[in-house]
Ligand binder design. Structure first.
Ligand code: IMP
Length: 425
């Protein structure tokens, strides 16, 4: 097996960073294929904690090629800050980072317009300009990485976009307008610093796969935030599901061997939108504290809830997971009874499938099965046999319900606090 896609199976923040970090040791290339600096991948190496937003976390390993694919939306100022922070910590970037020519750039006007639109209609975005940047991409007005090398093209695109954006900022939002010359100077300055990373990423990745190199595709956010298959409109603006790896990197579905769904042992969500299994009492608060459930990008407290198998079945279906990794099992230690949502009650009917209508999802009540919790600590356990019996039963329940094997279980923040039942690479 030489390629694997890592996907968040819930609403993001499943702990993908750690699993990616573990699998990176076994691979040669790590590719980001969607999203942008709205993502926050936390990796703990020794005593050092790294939060990466844009650069694949493979950069923390020596001599791994890290690629930002065409499906990503890239904020050059955020990227340069990330490069600087990592360089200061002794991480080598220059021979290891590649950015696709067709990667779209987040511009100051994307952030400005999102700031205003969030005031009118709150999605609870990260305010990083992600949605407006993808809007321009689809509307065919976007500025791409390669445009940085052609000042006239860059200038004309900025001018054409500002004409519309400034009109909206002034007349619709009554906000300050933006200056074309300032933005152009700023982006030409970024061009100087970033041009060495620009590459034909699709060619690079395909050549790597064809020559037998191991390639990991690192998803950001989660399935239920997918623009098509998530809880629209409370979603991010990209395809977060496994198929996104193909379009966002330029790789055929025929070249994908394994797809691993990362499932947190409970559920969390940041931002607005329906969340049927949300725990609104003190236990929710307790889980938030224990699990450190605060956004890696925005610091916002994450909403916490029980595991939702209805949402996860949907996730299994649209991604075709070949295996699962369960994260943060240790956070559930000591909770007497664990609830798992097995269906949704809507009016007088029980729904087994995740509803497509947001207004139905908003009115669904979870149907729970209760499982006995475990008193023992699972923190740092590395051997499956050493898990408490009830923890094994909890995992088996998930496996049987989803009909996908659990290959990895994470039992703590550190790199080695992990159980590998079967490696997907
Ligand atoms: P956006 O991606 O900034 O447009 O935000 C849209 C929605 O996706 C909001 O609910 C955000 O909280 C959520 N979101 C974006 N990135 C992440 C992430 O990395 N983890 C969890 N939620 C995210």
């Amino acid at each position: 097996m030489s390629t694997v896609v890592i996907i968040g199976a819930q609403w993001g923040d499943e702990g993908k960073g750690k699993i990616v970090d573990f699998l990176t040791e076994k691979c040669d290339y790590v590719v980001r294929f969607q999203g942008g600096c709205n993502a926050g991948h936390t990796v703990v190496v020794g005593e050092e904690k790294y939060i990466l937003h844009l650069i694949p976390s493979g950069i923390l390993h020596k001599n791994k090629k890290c690629i930002i694919g065409n499906g990503v939306v890239l904020d050059p100022s955020g990227l340069l800050k990330e490069i600087e922070t990592l360089t200061q910590k002794g991480i080598e970037i220059d021979n290891n980072l590649y950015i696709a020519k067709h990667c779209h750039l987040i511009m100051p006007y994307h952030i400005a317009i999102e700031e205003q639109s969030e005031k009118k209609k709150k999605i609870g975005t990260t305010k990083k300009g992600i949605g407006p940047c993808y809007t321009d991409k689809i509307a065919r007005n976007g500025v791409r990485m390669i445009d940085l090398l052609y000042p006239d093209v860059l200038k004309n695109k900025i001018r054409a976009n500002l004409e519309i954006i400034n009109f909206l900022l002034k007349n619709l939002y009554n906000a300050e307008t933006l200056d074309e010359a300032n933005i152009l100077t700023q982006y030409l300055n970024y061009a100087e610093k970033l041009k060495k990373y620009i590459a034909d990423a699709d060619i690079l990745i395909n050549k790597a796969i064809d020559s037998g190199k191991k390639v990991l595709f690192e998803g950001a956010q989660g399935t239920l935030l997918d623009i098509d298959h998530g809880t629209y409109p409370y979603v991010t603006s990209s395809n977060t599901i496994a198929g996104g790896a193909c379009t966002g990197a330029g790789v055929s579905p025929r070249k994908i061997d394994n797809i691993i769904g990362i499932v947190k042992a409970y559920t969390t969500r940041v931002g607005e939108g329906p969340f049927p299994t949300e725990i609104k009492d003190s236990l929710g608060e307790e889980i938030r504290k224990r699990g450190g459930e605060y956004g890696a990008t925005t610091g916002r407290p994450r909403r916490c809830g029980w595991l939702d198998l209805v949402g996860l079945r949907h996730s299994v279906r649209v991604n075709g997971f070949t295996g699962l990794a369960i994260t943060k099992l240790d956070i559930l230690d000591g909770i007497e009874k664990l609830k798992v949502c097995v269906g949704y009650k809507y009016g007088n009917s029980i729904l087994e499938d995740f509803p497509k209508e947001i207004q139905i999802l908003e009115d669904c009540m979870p149907v729970y099965e209760e499982l006995q919790g475990w008193k023992e600590s699972t923190a740092g356990i590395k051997n499956y046999e050493k898990l408490p019996d009830n923890a094994k039963k909890y995992l088996k329940f998930i496996e049987d319900s989803l009909k996908v094997k659990i290959q990895i279980i994470s039992t703590g923040q550190k790199r080695d606090e992990i159980i590998i039942k079967e490696s997907p690479l």
